[in-house]
Design a protein around this ligand. Structure first.
Ligand code: GLA
Length: 388
């Protein structure tokens, strides 16, 4: 792949690329819709991701090209940049805008992007492209940001330039991910531990529902808003900064403060899900995959019934998985509203699982899912220069 990318770069720009970078996508094992509520999440970087090849130019222009999209764009260096429609290059432009507004001097750059993350699948292709761009600019122009600064910068681009009020999980996971490790991340303090993903005989299956995600961004922002309302109601009597500052037992004593039934359901999901992550961390450390799987199913049920971000497609994957004895657990992953589910499947039964879930899903939904056996990979980095 890297070899072909260099050839493509050459064809497009008529010169060699000087540098190549890669940032992965991510899956979240458990802890969904928790990051913007200051709790615990457990994402892993995956081996699918975004490649970026670069070469400086003397014309003072950013040239954006992609092997995934026909749309291309040339943007001259300027003091501030604007979002253009819904184009893919808004993500790198947003990053450039942020560097510029922070006072960093940039120079013209030819850029070729290629991603093998299925687009709109909820595996964080947007965090991946933001972080790979930020990492590359920081490296090429010696901007002096730390990796954590880059994570915060990429999140801010998503919030303020793109307009999605996401938390920090995706950008953090794709930057700090480690091979065969899950990150136990506290989204309030940003303390994290890379823990052995310890799946024993199991592999992580990723099931893409292939459901086109519609209205996902507005629904996502609506959930963020509902959590804010729940927090404001609880703050009448509790001195807390985030919903995840309390556990389910404490919540029971104060839930009467939330008068809106829908907002109450959202808060219940968040607080119970955060408790589940703590139990899941213990289960993983004890190599108790059965318990980990039980928590995954409980997480899915809560996202379906209380948070209402699942859908018939994601539910079909969880339903089938429950009937298959070689599966320890399954759940939707990421924001929801379509996208991907994950399942912990016995390694030697993966092919059977893949066939079984495809058959069940296709019969129920009318088209096939895509099923992958995922490898947990490393976070963002520079690829070896000598790849051509
Ligand atoms: C999306 C967001 C994340 C997180 C998840 C849900 O991936 O980008 O910040 O909120 O949804 O857990």
């Amino acid at each position: 792949m890297k070899h072909t990318l260099h050839q493509e770069f050459n064809k497009i720009f008529n010169k060699e690329a000087d540098n190549a970078y890669f940032s992965p996508g991510r899956v979240n094992l458990i802890g969904e819709h928790i990051d913007y509520n200051g709790g615990l999440v457990m994402p892993c970087a995956i081996t699918f991701g975004t490649y970026l090849l670069t070469s400086p130019n003397e014309e003072g222009v950013f040239r954006f090209r992609s092997l995934n999209f026909d749309d291309k764009q040339d943007v001259p260096l300027q003091d501030g940049y604007e979002k253009k429609g819904d184009n893919w290059f808004n993500f790198p432009i947003g990053v450039i805008d942020h560097f510029t507004k922070d006072g960093h001097e940039l120079k013209g750059l030819d850029m070729l992007f290629y991603g093998d993350i299925p687009i709109g699948s909820g595996l964080s292709s947007s965090a991946s492209i933001e972080v790979v761009t930020a990492y590359a600019l920081n490296d090429l122009f010696n901007s002096g940001y730390s990796k954590l600064d880059l994570v915060k910068l990429a999140k801010s681009v998503e919030n303020n330039f793109i307009g999605v009020n996401c938390g920090i999980m995706d950008q953090f996971a794709v930057a700090f991910g480690e091979k065969n490790k899950a990150l136990m991340l506290n989204c309030d303090t940003l303390d994290y531990q890379a823990v052995d993903s310890n799946l024993g005989d199991y592999v992580l299956a990723i099931i893409n529902t292939n459901k086109p995600r519609k209205l996902a961004e507005s629904k996502y922002n609506e959930r963020v808003q509902e959590c804010q309302e729940a927090l404001t109601a609880l703050q009448k009597e509790l001195d807390i900064n985030y919903l995840c500052d309390i556990d389910a037992d404490t919540f029971k004593k104060y839930e009467h403060l939330i008068t809106d039934a829908v907002v109450l359901k959202r808060a219940k999901h968040v607080i119970e899900e955060n408790d589940r992550v703590k139990l899941a961390a213990v289960a993983l450390a004890d190599n108790n995959l059965a318990e980990f799987g039980r928590l995954m199913y409980a997480s899915h049920d809560s996202l379906r019934d209380l948070y209402e971000v699942s859908g018939v497609e994601l539910d079909a994957v969880a339903e089938y998985s429950k009937t298959n004895p070689d599966v320890a657990g399954a759940r939707m992953t990421g924001a929801g509203f379509g996208g991907c589910a994950i399942a912990l499947v016995k390694g030697d039964a993966f092919e059977d699982y893949s066939r079984g879930v495809t058959e069940y899903y296709t019969k129920k939904i009318g088209y096939a899912p895509s099923v992958y056996s995922s490898l947990i990979g490393n976070g963002v980095g520079l690829l070896s220069v000598a790849v051509n």
